[in-house]
Design a protein around this ligand. Structure first.
Ligand SMILES: O=C(O)CCC(=O)C(=O)O
Length: 339
């Protein structure tokens, strides 16, 4: 449960990255300091910024710039990579197709998932079978995004090594059968400003805004999310224990990270995901790129033994199979009738 935090901590993770393959990383005082901060942030807010992550700001910005260029294209161009059940829920969705608690969300997006061989996950994986749908324009979109995914996968894996230590485990606790083959998800998202509905009506009680409680949002189901947010527009808010919405203001050179529901189970409830929402009350169009580092598709998630031992061996969270959880969310997340 989040505390009454008033701001979101900023953690310099560079010591963690420089020692990531050192078998004695846990004993390094600088790594220990990062681990302490990660633990505090996960217990108190479920959210933190990371700086010192090693990915050049110019590249992070290029990813946002290309996203903005794509969303600026006419609808006829964007819809060429339209998402549907037949594309394995990969591709472009227009404003209003993504639904939270029956209400259309005020964003458009391209969704992509880790690709896998058809049949690899049996009947359960069928819903997500398909190749990612990259647009022809801007022409470098595909190559830049593929490189970004590769960098973010490594970065998230290294942050998780720190989180594993923070929980009291070994650095590679989330490797192998757990999340060694992460079923990553990436959402490239555009939020119209208040005067920019792109010809679509705003929902009744949300001028230029959309709300999405984490518990109801499909992609916030896994381990760790890294958000590359527009540097100009504060829009992401995180709810503290007393219900106040705390701004996750854009901080250049950082990613905003939050922990997911599968980490709650693995940590036996020590860490918990936190409600958040995005409200773009500015007249400007906002872009963000959210990368979700997830468990292996077929991972069975149950509280880690050492996390159970901390509370007298009591199991506080129910087991889940990640792929089942994800597919259930995907299948209830879209309203294609809106198209
Ligand atoms: O756009 C953002 O700032 C946050 C996106 C996000 O966290 C999500 O889609 O779950």
């Amino acid at each position: 449960m989040a505390s009454n935090f008033k701001s979101i901590p900023i953690i310099d993770i560079s010591p963690l990255l420089s020692k990531y393959d050192d078998p004695k990383m846990a004993e390094d005082p600088d790594v220990s300091e990062v681990v302490k901060q990660l633990d505090k942030a996960c217990k108190e807010a479920g959210f933190f910024y990371v700086k010192g992550h090693g990915i050049p700001d110019s590249f992070v910005k290029e990813v946002r710039d290309l996203s903005r260029k794509f969303f600026d294209l006419p609808y006829d161009e964007k819809v060429k990579i339209k998402m549907s059940a037949a594309t394995g829920f990969r591709g472009y969705q227009r404003i209003g197709e993504n639904v939270t608690k029956g209400r259309p969300d005020m964003h458009e997006a391209i969704d992509c998932y880790r690709e896998f061989k058809p049949g690899m996950y049996g009947a359960l994986g069928e819903a997500l079978e398909g190749s990612n749908k990259w647009p022809d324009l801007p022409s470098t979109f595909n190559s830049v995004m593929e490189e970004y995914i590769s960098l973010l996968t490594d970065l998230a894996r290294n942050i998780l090594r720190g989180l594993a230590l923070a929980l009291g485990g070994l650095p590679d606790e989330f490797e192998g059968d757990r999340a060694g083959d992460p079923f990553w998800v990436m959402r490239i998202i555009g939020y119209p400003g208040i005067s920019d509905s792109k010809g679509l009506e705003m929902p009744e009680n949300g001028i230029g805004c959309f709300y999405y409680p984490i518990s109801n949002k499909m992609f916030v189901t896994g381990l760790l999310t890294l958000v590359n947010q527009d540097e100009e527009i504060p829009a992401l808010q995180v709810r503290n224990q007393s219900g106040e919405w705390i701004w996750a203001v854009p901080i250049p050179g950082t990613f905003v990270c939050n922990i997911g529901d599968m980490l709650k189970i693995w940590s036996n409830g020590m860490y918990e995901s936190t409600l958040h929402r995005v409200i773009n009350n500015s007249p400007k169009y906002r872009v963000s790129v959210a990368f979700f580092y997830e468990p292996n598709f077929d991972a069975v998630i149950e509280p880690l033994e050492f996390c159970k031992q901390k509370v007298g061996g009591i199991q506080k969270c129910e087991r889940a199979v990640y792929g089942e959880h994800l597919v259930r969310k995907v299948l209830t997340n879209f309203d294609f009738q809106n198209i």
